[in-house]
Design a protein around this ligand. Structure first.
Ligand code: ADP
Ligand code: MG
Length: 500
């Protein structure tokens, strides 16, 4: 456990920042929370709207089992209490994007209670930089429609495609103390949602957005009054909001002013927050239980099925990669940071172990290093992601096997990989056709060493005079003469022998 030491230097001394995030995550589901209308992103306006979503009189909501299931699975993934009895409430307010005149949400009895999310602030030193952030609750609610003000000079339009889409609102405790902690929490939450498959986590498409609650206090004092900055849609922006809003509050307080509890908006272009409205209290919304819906009651079989359907989660996977596969903390963290990378790595690992007839632990380090340096480097260069990598895990494993059994050297493997990327051909075929096999032919190697030593008699003299670092030079020159195709071990031996 670590205590954050992030402080803002004010004229009156140091200030501590207190942060709580409310994250809205769109539930992955083909249909809406209470209707059968579709939820695909980017559809033509108003093509995914049922009579329920348009709030036609007399329409009745019917809960979508899949949305409930996803919320429960998410709760389980953060070790949270699952409430077998929960209830929907109406949150009443008027706005043009809300045809019902109320949002169906869960105020008093949310489906998921307290849970927790572990964040790591320095992936190279997880032992000393891990912190647990409390989650207060997760409830399920409807999204609203979208107003479009910029289509026509004198009219505004409304798109109800989002109206009624299921959201999970994931409310953290005010446990974060720095921009970095807020950023790490949001990234980790997104990783978990993607592993679970309950939200695609695509913040740029609005699938996940955060309301950022920030207050400041002198260390050791009571919590200060907070402001809430709405709908922040990237990890970077959340960190910027915390930083900006905290120093704005310090300025106000040090000038003798007061922080008012209010809702603010973030403007990324100017990197500032602006006041939107004073904050409403729950009673302003006249919450009451929705009379159209029965309470939700979950039975044990349903809960058990939810639990069974969870994949291995990121923390467990990271620990397994470190402990069972012997990977470094940093590599384990990088490979498990998203579900797709972990899946790719595990396919590579399984295939590498299979062809080399070794255990996964024995091939893990080489596989991880190759993926994280060679493959990532190449993908970066050609602007592709792992998903559309031109080289498959099976093809990568074939290349790794050729290095492992000594058919090619590491240097040649890099060349072979380049050719694989360009031509799409398999490693073994390329090695065969281009004659890249590594040689352990002692005679040829010793001849090359003899020539290198003869050509560099001055250096040989220096070596013999005590400049031992030159050994590497002779090895390098011999390798070069052999066009990288000599077995490094045999070369080492031959150089030793030549210099003796
Ligand atoms: P509301 O329902 O009015 O938005 P909550 O008590 O549910 O209020 O809290 C909303 C969010 O604000 C939570 O994420 C919580 O952690 C955070 N929060 C509460 N008090 C503070 C504070 N003093 N400073 C920063 N964040 C806070
Ligand atoms: Mg709130």
């Amino acid at each position: 456990m670590t205590e954050s030491t992030y402080r803002i230097q004010g004229a009156t001394g140091e200030w501590e920042v207190v942060i709580g995030l409310e994250v809205h995550a769109q539930v992955t589901s083909n249909a809406k929370l209470f209707s059968g209308a579709a939820t695909a992103f980017g559809a033509e306006p108003n093509t995914q709207v049922s009579l329920v979503d348009a709030a036609m009189p007399g329409m009745l909501p019917v809960p979508n089992r899949e949305c409930i299931r996803q919320a429960v699975r998410t709760g389980m993934a953060i070790d949270a209490q699952i409430n077998k009895w929960s209830r929907f409430d109406r949150k009443n307010y008027f706005y043009a994007d809300l045809p019902q005149g109320y949002q169906i949400s869960q105020l008093y009895h949310p489906i998921v209670g307290e849970g927790q999310i572990e964040i790591v602030l320095d992936e190279k030193n997880p032992e000393t930089s891990t912190k647990v952030i409390g989650v207060e609750r997760i409830h399920v609610e409807q999204d609203a429609g979208k107003l479009m003000h910029d289509q026509h000079p004198t009219s505004s339009y409304i798109d109800l495609n989002r109206s009624g889409v299921a959201l999970m609102e994931i409310v953290s405790k005010p446990d974060m103390r720095s921009p970095a902690e807020a950023g790490a929490y949001l990234s980790k939450l997104r990783t978990i949602l993607r592993y679970v498959g309950s939200c695609d986590g695509n913040m740029d498409q609005g699938s996940m957005r955060a309301d950022v609650n920030v207050s400041v206090r002198k260390p050791g004092e009571e919590f200060g009054t907070r402001t809430e900055t709405k709908n922040v849609n990237s990890v970077r922006f959340v960190m910027a909001v915390v930083e900006h809003e905290a120093s704005r509050q310090v300025d106000v307080l040090e000038a003798g002013g007061k922080i008012v509890q209010e809702t603010r908006l973030y403007d990324p272009d100017r990197n500032e927050t602006r006041s939107m409205r004073s904050k409403e209290d729950a009673h302003d919304y006249r919450y009451f239980p929705d009379p159209d819906l029965l309470p939700l009651e979950l039975d044990d079989a349903f809960l058990e099925a939810c639990r069974q359907s969870l994949p291995e989660l990121p923390d467990a996977k990271r620990k397994r990669y470190e402990q069972d596969l012997g990977l470094s903390a940093y590599n384990a963290a990088t490979l498990t940071a998203d579900a797709d990378t972990a899946r790719w790595f595990e396919a590579l690992l399984a295939e590498a172990a299979r062809i080399q007839k070794k255990s996964e632990g024995e091939v893990a380090k080489a596989s991880a290093n190759w993926l994280l340096s060679e493959l990532y480097g190449a993908l970066n260069r050609i602007g592709k992601s792992l998903e559309d990598s031109p080289v498959s895990p099976e093809e990568g494993a074939e290349l790794l096997a050729l290095v492992a059994d000594g058919t090619i050297s590491g240097t040649i493997a890099k060349q072979v990989f380049e050719i694989m990327l360009e031509t799409g051909e398999g490693a073994a075929k390329i090695v065969e056709e281009k004659g890249l096999k590594q040689t352990s032919d002692t005679g040829a190697i010793e001849a090359a060493v003899a020539k290198v030593l003869a050509d560099n008699q001055d250096k040989v003299a220096q070596y013999k005079g005590g400049k031992e670092a030159l050994f590497g030079f002779f090895v390098g020159q011999t390798m070069k003469a052999m066009q990288g195709k000599a077995n490094p071990q045999v070369v080492n031996e031959a150089v030793k022998k030549g210099l003796a």
